[in-house]
Ligand binder design. Sequence first.
Ligand code: C2E
Ligand code: CA
Ligand code: CA
Length: 701
Amino acid sequence: MTSQEIMLNILGSQVIQNIEESNEIKYLPIFDNLLENNPSIPALALLRPDGNFIYISNNADISKLPNLLKLEASGASFQHALDNPNKMVLGRTYYFKPIGEWVIPIRKAISTSNGQIKAVLANGFRLKTSSDLFNNGLHMGDYNDIEIIRDFDDYPLHISAENVNQKSRYNKQIPQEIFKQINMALQKVYNTTLDEARHSKDIYTFHLDINGKEVITSIRYDNRYELWTMSHTKHAVITKAIINTVTIYITILITFLLVLFFIFRYIANAEEAKRQELLYQANHDTLTKLPNRNYLINNIHHWIDQKSTPFSVLYIYIDNFKNVNDSFGHHIGDLLMQEIAIRICDFVHKESLVIHMGGDEFIILSREIVHHELNICANQLIAKLSEPYKVEDISFNLSASIGISRYPEDGINLDNILRAADIAMHQSKKQKNTASVFQSEMQDSYLYRVNIEQELKNAIKNQELHMVYQPQLQDGKIIGVEALVRWINPKLGFVGPDSFIPVAESSGMMPPLGEYITNTSLSEIKEVFDATNTEFILSINISLKQFIYREFLSRLVLAIKASGINENQIKLEITENLFIEDFDHIVPLLNKIHDLGMKISLDDFGTGYSSLNILRFLPVDELKIDKSFIDDILTDLSAQKMVRNIIDICTNQNLQVIAEGVETEPQLTMLTDYGCDRFQGYLFAKPMKKDDLIAFIKSSK
Ligand code: C2E
Ligand code: CA
Ligand code: CA
């Protein structure tokens, strides 16, 4: 439109110039040039201000053309052009017969420099072929109309819409009703009026109701050409478009959330699996896959409950398992342990709980609580665990010790119940391959044992130990003494060797204790020899644990040498249990001892299970009849028989025999009758300290 206006200005100035030069309004050749170069311009005309044509292109007959000022359709805009000589004025769209097309007429009044209007230039836009602005395809679809409306009389200049009857539309003003509605909407949405909108370049958008159809309308005013541009879009379409878009976004969102959900679920599942695995590892023994101590602690609430439902704990200790590991390596040890675990699990009831406490200890939690039944059950389990094992072609014989405690009577929390079972187990361990049910006395003896272990550690250093010697006699003369150790502890008082020697043995304190005993005895007895000028045999008790100590013999020999006592004045008292351990190691060692000139006495003879055959292979010099037989010799036939047998063996094997624990004359008489002539016992002398022994020997001379 601007370019049209510029063109009209140029034409106008040419026409005016011509008028001023020749005082004549006439056709100029430039008109034809313009028409040739602007196909969008249907025609070009020059009119007088009174509305009559002076000239029109395309050679129409001017006399037949109407007066535009008087014509209804063009009069208003013609007048408007006369009223606004500086402006290009758009006329009402009409059907221009000469070219058979709808056109938008354009007029511009031309005035001289003193403001006098001399003529009106007219041309127009062809709706079909003109610029993009008046293109029929301007609207977006059948749901959208675009209207360009002339402001001063509300006629539409151009309508871009589907299926529009052009004639009926261009000859009809936009109803006032619509402008009213627009005004109201502007008020409501923008708090402005149509008038104010005319002075703004903004686009206003609002809802309208046109003939019962809800539309969204956008308007903008063109101030220069006094045009409204309006776009009406069916509300439903926009809603649908929004819904479609929203649906797409929601679908994307949901998909995204679903993907996120699955990713998170995957992560959570993986985390959970990892957590479960860690939890499993923390609560189970890696070797046997059985629940461990941790599991027991975490799950004991299933057993220890408010109703104090009773249950029992079986504490199982596999005897000597450590030896398997030491001798055959951990691989075999592990396989064997797995087999043990399987046997235990096969044995127990479903509702029982098997725990691997680690190492060679297992625990069974059972609902069985009857004392008698528990004992049977435990012994069956021991029998099962004692059946031979075969691991990688190696056969093993194991035994087990079981301690049993019961909830709630032996303890109301896990610690106490376990401790009670442990105490009972230690009781069983003393004998091996047995089961014991916890009794409160055990606790006392257990505590006593714990105290002994504690105190014994410093006994040598604190000089709490000393030696006593019990004479051994033949024909009323002293032929030897047995060295016996004594311990007086500030806290525990007098503790008998029967109590603390086993503790020293099981806690690894025997080698130093044994060394103290040997060294003290040797030096004290040397003093006795010197003081009394008498010489006899010194018997020293040697514990199994001293024997397996590698440096035992070399250190003993050194000690004897240092004391100045002759080897053949030394006798070592050993017990049968020595041969359970390692026959192949012990026998050569005994032979060495014997070869050095020392004597060997087999203590407590008859109480163990060593067969007489063994005696033939052993360098034994003496059998010692145990005190328990002497105690019963007067009343018990089997004791008598035993004593007689031992004496017979000694006669046959050419061994010496001695009876210990002789307390009465009748015992002495009977032993003498049977052929025993060496005695040790309270009847003759109690164990005594070095100085008392010196006095004893001197007085008996
Ligand atoms: P054992 O080697 O059989 O020692 C003999 C025990 O019988 C000693 O008890 C002794 O005092 C006691 N006895 C001797 N004659 C009589 C008697 O007529 N009547 C009574 N009632 N008892 C008598 P003790 O000294 O209490 O020793 C007990 C056990 O402790 C010993 O039994 C021995 O196995 C161990 N033991 C004692 N001293 C030592 C030691 O220095 N080294 C080692 N390895 N063990 C020792
Ligand atoms: Ca002894
Ligand atoms: Ca004995």
